[in-house]
Design a protein around this ligand. Structure first.
Ligand code: NDP
Length: 343
């Protein structure tokens, strides 16, 4: 288990609080004084958890707690309950999950369904038993129906069939959103869920099998540029549209939601704009300096044709992203290159 001291303070987001529904309107006072709280970040070693950890430190949170999966396997119900009972956090951010791209989801649906159900159920039940005041659960934009009207509003959840390539993960995550709502309904818990779009940034998974599209492209085109590879094959047609948000922007949104949102509906966290995978490849090729040929392997699945979130609820809370894609990709590439040299 690790604990952290406070970092440099940062101005708070000055925004009027709102919920997803008119009935969720709350007053202007923060729902929680984060700086005075003990905050447990489940998954603090991951891309999201470590960004949330950094943001909490920057916001002056002095009592931060984390545990690696080796120290605490959140699939272990009694160990998770005992940990939460001992730590007694005021606030929990649940950023621990089994996460992966299309290939990993297709190859290991049992892991994605079973592990995520166990992790989130154990953490939520343990947090309730430990009387945790505020909890933020992280869902994902990929749990909306495959053909949801664009941009996707929060109320689209459970209105149609899911994207088959990540169904196991989506079913687990939907159960997590529902369990948060159930705790709100049955026990009056002031717990909420966020629905982030595709994320990227430092700490991302750079692995041929497990990576999401952006780090997978960064890794492959950077390696190809270095090795002078004349041609790189990219999965799919390049036509699906995707939205990408830098993980530091997500972390800012998480803090904002903890402070200001107490609604039943999950809240979308997006960049507000999307681009085609072919356009993304251009951005990555430019950043990495890759000048070779690209071959589109259209026998590979494209996934959902478009995935753009309607993030107007979050915008009404005062959020706007601060990292544009080109800047964020360049910074992520620098992080990847440094991490690769460290290995
Ligand atoms: P990572 O794979 O980077 O990190 C996962 C984290 O979960 C790690 O800290 C890992 O701990 C921890 N973890 C996994 N299994 C266990 C376990 N059995 N017990 C304890 N800890 C465990 O994932 P991300 O940071 O990318 O994702 C975090 C959350 O954000 C997830 O809920 C995901 O669904 C959500 N999200 C992510 C998106 C993305 O694009 N990445 C998009 C939308 C939502 P350790 O390292 O110690 O093993």
């Amino acid at each position: 288990m690790v604990a952290a001291a406070a970092g440099q303070d940062r101005p708070q987001d000055a925004a009027a609080p709102v919920g997803a529904d008119a009935g969720d309107q709350v007053d202007l006072v923060d729902l929680v004084d984060l700086a005075a709280s003990r905050v447990y970040v489940a998954g603090h070693t991951g891309m999201v958890g470590s960004a949330v950890w950094r943001a909490l430190q920057a916001a002056g949170v002095g009592d931060l707690v984390g545990a690696t999966s080796a120290e605490l396997d959140l699939r272990d119900r009694s160990a998770t309950a005992a940990f939460l009972d001992r730590v007694r956090p005021d606030v929990v951010v649940l950023a621990a999950a089994r996460v992966g791209g299309i290939a990993a989801n297709a190859a290991r649906p049992v892991d994605f369904l079973s592990d995520n159900l166990l992790i989130q159920t154990n953490v939520l039940d343990g947090a309730h038993a430990a009387d945790v005041h505020r909890l933020l659960f992280l869902g994902s934009s990929c749990i909306y129906p495959k053909m949801a009207p664009q941009p996707i509003v929060e109320s689209a959840l459970l209105t149609g069939p899911l994207e088959p390539t990540n169904e196991a993960y989506a079913i687990a995550k939907i159960a997590g959103v529902k369990l948060v709502q159930a705790y709100r309904a049955q026990y009056g818990r002031s717990w909420v869920s966020a629905m982030p779009t595709n994320l990227y940034g430092p700490g991302d998974t750079f692995d041929a099998e497990a990576s999401h599209v952006l780090p997978a492209l960064l890794m492959r085109l950077d390696d190809a540029a270095r090795q002078g590879t004349p041609e790189v094959t990219v999965w799919g047609s390049g036509t699906p549209r995707r939205e990408f948000l830098h993980v530091d922007d997500l972390a800012s949104a998480c803090l904002l939601l903890l402070r200001r949102y107490d609604g039943d509906a999950p809240v979308n966290v997006g960049y507000g704009d999307d681009l085609t995978i072919a356009e993304l490849v251009d951005v990555v090729a430019h950043a990495t300096g890759y000048r070779g040929q690209l071959r589109w392997d259209t026998t590979r699945p494209d996934g959902t044709p478009r995935k753009l979130l309607d993030s107007s609820v979050l915008a009404a809370l005062g959020f706007s992203p601060s990292v544009d894609l080109r800047t964020g990709v360049a910074a992520t590439l620098a992080w990847y290159r440094a991490a690769r040299l460290d290995r």
